[in-house]
Design a protein around this ligand. Sequence first.
Ligand SMILES: C[S@@+](CC[C@H](N)C(=O)[O-])C[C@H]1O[C@@H](n2cnc3c(N)ncnc32)[C@H](O)[C@@H]1O
Length: 202
Amino acid sequence: MDKILGIVFTNRLMRTIFYFFYSRYLIKKYAYKRPKFEDRDILERIIFPYVLARFNPKRILDIGREDYQWFYNEFFIGRELWTIDINPERQEFGAHNHIVDDVANLKKHFKDNYFDFIIMNGVFGWGLNDKEAIEKTFASIYDILAPEGIFVFGWNDVEDLTPVPIKNIKALQQFKPFYFKPLKSNTFKAKNGGHTYNFYIK
Ligand SMILES: C[S@@+](CC[C@H](N)C(=O)[O-])C[C@H]1O[C@@H](n2cnc3c(N)ncnc32)[C@H](O)[C@@H]1O
């Protein structure tokens, strides 16, 4: 299987075709029903397939895991996937390489420039709420992301889930905004809950 994937992954057109169909297969098989352009639809149907096809990331970090996300591991088959969550009960939904710890401690676990793709969705404002820990987390994400690596930051643009205004987070300003072609912007607000995706490149 790994050999076949290795061949498919070498060519961008083949990856694009593969992830178009594979993402739809995974969604149909495992995902709960959701309207188009709801946050999770965007993540699974648009963001993951595009990042995987366009950047072919070898090492991926997914921060924060809920029960409805256990099948996300399947998106990243044939790649080195890591997950981290502060809650030990979430370990069973994580990747084979899972860490139970506060995301603010990322630098304890990874060396600089390690990951090609990092996603942190629904953690800021959902536990990651302390101002210092927020700065430390984004600074660490920047450090452990490889040059030209992609960082997708999903958050809820509503007052009670925004512990610090995004524009005031100093460590985030190190990243360059990345124009995410399928969504025609470097930031995209979903149809529900003010859920917003910001796209960055190092
Ligand atoms: C609302 S859930 C969202 C998770 C998921 N990434 C998603 O896309 O829906 C928030 C998750 O973040 C985890 N979390 C909250 N604060 C954290 C922190 N400081 N470090 C690591 N994980 C944290 C929680 O345990 C929970 O599993």
